[in-house]
Design a protein around this ligand. Structure first.
Ligand code: CA
Length: 700
């Protein structure tokens, strides 16, 4: 009784102290504020600012005529050198965002000063489970609390004022499978909903809803059926199972992970959920007799009260190419053929831009925004893509557009209601797909049913003849065509997009330029060199009447380890930071400059048999090569190991003494003999590379 009385008293005192009641609490976002977001344009309440996540701001202090004066306002250094992908959320002058592992930062949005930081303390070994870097795509702010998923699968509720943990829930159904979380949770009414990542790692996709106050699990929706010989967890799976071969590779999990976008519409009381690719990728390996394989690569509309499915639309039936439909979804009202429709828009990996009536699930239109060769068009009668001969790679390798990166990937897009255009970066980057026989499930990276080669490499017959690379497009979702399009360069990964009422589009390139475009014409109005290869989308807000534009800067994600020549990350250290700009700001302080690597140091003497070295090479390909390409880039070139690294080789590889730097230990899969063999192979590689260097010097 006593403790109850104290807490009631504390609440009364808190209410008195705050004067205005709850809204003055830090991080106070509720449905009323969110519904009226345009009345408070100084705030950025969700990842995309509004309920519909448009990534559009009505602010216009910065506009197309004065944006040339935009410059550096402040920076906050995260002290990381990995990908940063989140869009910040700004509430009443505090900027909340996430970095690697699911670390949360609360920053003074006017000065860049840290208010608090929360580290979920994810064990470094989890880096091995993340396909595409130890990234996190953001958080949710709701009624004085922060919601974030950590890489190791925990959904955590924090006090927005202090960063203290309120509750924590384990979202993983099986900790022996390589599930991770890299996406943001979403708030749907009185629930917080979390998805997972890991479709290439032998997992079965699902989302889980929790009571927002207590963290108690409310429901779980699986995106693919489990083994039909066991009971279905919910009724939708019975229907889904009919689209799978009964002898599907249930042991692999099926994939369909929800690793990016969910959007909630309170008016319809529907949560829209984008689902991922199949696991393994190859359709006929996964489900021998074919079938649509629901609910892979689909958009689901789910009632958050019950967890029941209202409608679904599958973008890629029989998913076969890593064509996820998890990409950002925007909700808007569009006038189509004289009728205002409540639509959902998505530009998923498969290269088609979809406009869907979000009330009924009816497909309104679908057209190609990128080069697409797997399908000729989407049949509007059936809503299904019409496959080309080029799509099927079971019998022979095929060059296919888009490749597994997409089309369009996770980088947020923006819908500007003034221009009526949707802005996003996409790329033309085909791949040669071939089916591999004798597929066998192995733990960890588990995609050995398909081989992917870059187009044109040693396969001239299938070389791509067109100019590939990255693009920024302004897409008219009503006419389904580009209003304008800018080629960003040979690099494929560029930044997410922000658009504002100042007739502006902000987007960053891999070469380090943060660029303002005219939203109506695509004209470049201003470039700010940052020295960072930026991937994330900017947000904009005001503090004390000053408009800021802020963006997270840090290279990595799906291209982790590749430092393409010409990119900022090739010449500058990949220093993670949040950058903020304002009118009249200065020049951006650049990250430390890096030098191209010098000569390869002399390795210790090689004391191993040819057989050991050969075996070491095989083990290296299996266990190490996914990260260590041994080129100049984000992961160390192991031919360049220092004397100290050679000495501690087994301690690093087996016992994980560098786990805090995301080099996990492999003692569970490699023996000391294995590690010695890999070491011998790397010494051999270093010796060969040194010999090549010597020859190159003599020729010069
Ligand atoms: Ca994938």
């Amino acid at each position: 009784m006593r403790s109850n009385r104290v807490s009631v008293l504390a609440l009364v005192l808190l209410a008195v102290a705050c004067g205005e009641g709850e809204p003055s609490r830090a991080g106070w976002v509720d449905l009323e504020r969110l519904t009226n977001a345009d009345a408070e344009p100084g705030n950025w309440f969700t990842l995309g600012r509004t309920l519909g996540e448009t990534h559009f701001s009505t602010l216009e202090q910065i506009h197309d005529e004065n944006v040339g004066e935009l410059g550096f306002a402040w920076e906050y250094r995260t002290n990381t050198e990995r990908g940063l992908e989140a869009t910040p959320i700004i509430v009443d002058g505090i900027l909340y965002t996430t970095g690697n592992w699911g670390v949360v930062y609360a920053i003074d949005a006017a000065t860049g000063e840290e208010r608090w930081k929360f580290d979920p303390r994810v064990p470094g070994s989890w880096a091995r489970k993340a396909c595409c870097d130890i990234v996190n795509r953001g958080l949710a702010v709701w009624k004085g609390r922060i919601y974030v998923g950590s890489l190791d699968g925990r959904l955590i509720s924090l006090d927005a004022g202090t960063g203290d943990v309120v509750w924590e829930a384990d979202t993983l159904i099986d900790r022996n499978r390589d599930y991770t979380i890299t996406s943001a949770p979403r708030i749907a009414k009185d629930k917080v909903v979390m998805g997972n990542s890991g479709a290439e790692y032998g997992v079965r996709g699902y989302i889980t809803a929790y009571d927002i106050e207590t963290g108690d699990q409310a429901w779980r929706f699986y995106t693919v059926p489990g083994d039909p010989s066991k009971p279905f967890e919910h009724p939708e799976l019975e229907m889904a199972a009919e689209t799978w071969d009964p002898n599907s590779r249930w042991d692999v999990g099926g994939g369909g992970t929800v690793w990016d976008s969910m959007v909630y519409d309170p008016e319809l009381n529907l949560l829209f959920v984008g689902t991922g690719n199949g696991g393994p990728w190859n359709w006929t390996t996964r489900s021998p007799s074919g079938g649509d394989n629901l609910f892979l690569a689909s958009i689901l509309a789910i009632n958050p009260d019950t967890g029941r499915l209202q409608w679904y639309y599958q973008t890629t039936p029989g998913e076969n190419w890593d064509y996820t439909a998890v990409q950002p979804m925007i909700l808007a009202d569009l006038e189509i053929e004289g009728r205002v429709r409540k639509v959902l828009m998505q530009a998923p990996k498969n290269g088609f831009f979809y406009v869907i009536d979000r009330e009924s699930g009816e497909l309104l239109s679908a057209e190609k925004f990128a080069t697409v060769t797997w399908a000729s068009h989407v049949d509007m009668e059936t809503g299904r893509p019409v496959l080309t001969e080029q799509a099927d790679y079971d019998e022979a390798p095929k060059l296919i557009y888009p490749g597994p990166g997409g089309g369009h990937n996770w980088q947020p897009m923006a819908y500007n209601p003034t221009t009526g255009l949707v802005y996003f970066t996409y790329f033309d980057d085909p791949a040669i797909y071939s089916r591999r026989e004798n597929y066998r499930f192995v733990a960890g990276w588990n995609n050995q049913a398909v081989t992917i080669e870059a187009a044109g490499l040693g396969n001239e017959a299938q070389a791509s003849t067109q100019e590939n690379g990255g693009f920024l497009v302004a897409w008219d979702p009503v006419t389904q065509q580009a209003a304008w399009r800018v080629r960003l360069g040979d690099g494929i990964f560029h930044g997410g997009v922000l658009s504002t009422a100042g007739n502006l589009v902000f987007e960053a390139k891999d070469d380090g330029d943060f660029i303002a475009y005219a939203a109506d014409t695509g004209e470049v109005l201003h470039r700010i060199f940052t020295g960072n290869s930026i991937l994330a989308a900017p947000a904009t807000y005001t503090v004390d009447g000053v408009q800021y534009v802020a963006v997270m800067a840090g290279w990595g994600g799906g291209l982790l380890g590749f430092y393409p020549p010409g990119s900022a990350v090739y010449s500058y250290r990949n220093e993670g930071r949040i950058l903020a700009f304002k009118l009249g700001g200065g020049t951006v302080p650049l990250p430390e400059r890096t030098e191209p690597p010098g000569p390869i140091p002399e390795p210790p003497p090689l004391e191993a048999s040819e057989e050991t070295i050969r075996r070491g090479g095989e083990l290296f390909l299996k266990a190490c090569h996914e990260c260590h390409f041994n080129v100049y880039g984000g992961y160390p070139d192991l031919r360049r190991m220092s004397a100290a690294t050679h000495l501690g080789f087994n301690e690093i590889v087996l016992n994980g003494i560098l786990a805090d730097r995301a080099m996990a230990g492999f003692a569970d899969t490699l023996t000391e003999e294995d590690s010695d063999a890999i070491h011998a192979y790397l010494i051999q590689m270093a010796m060969e590379a040194r010999a090549d260097e010597l020859v190159a010097r003599q020729i010069r």
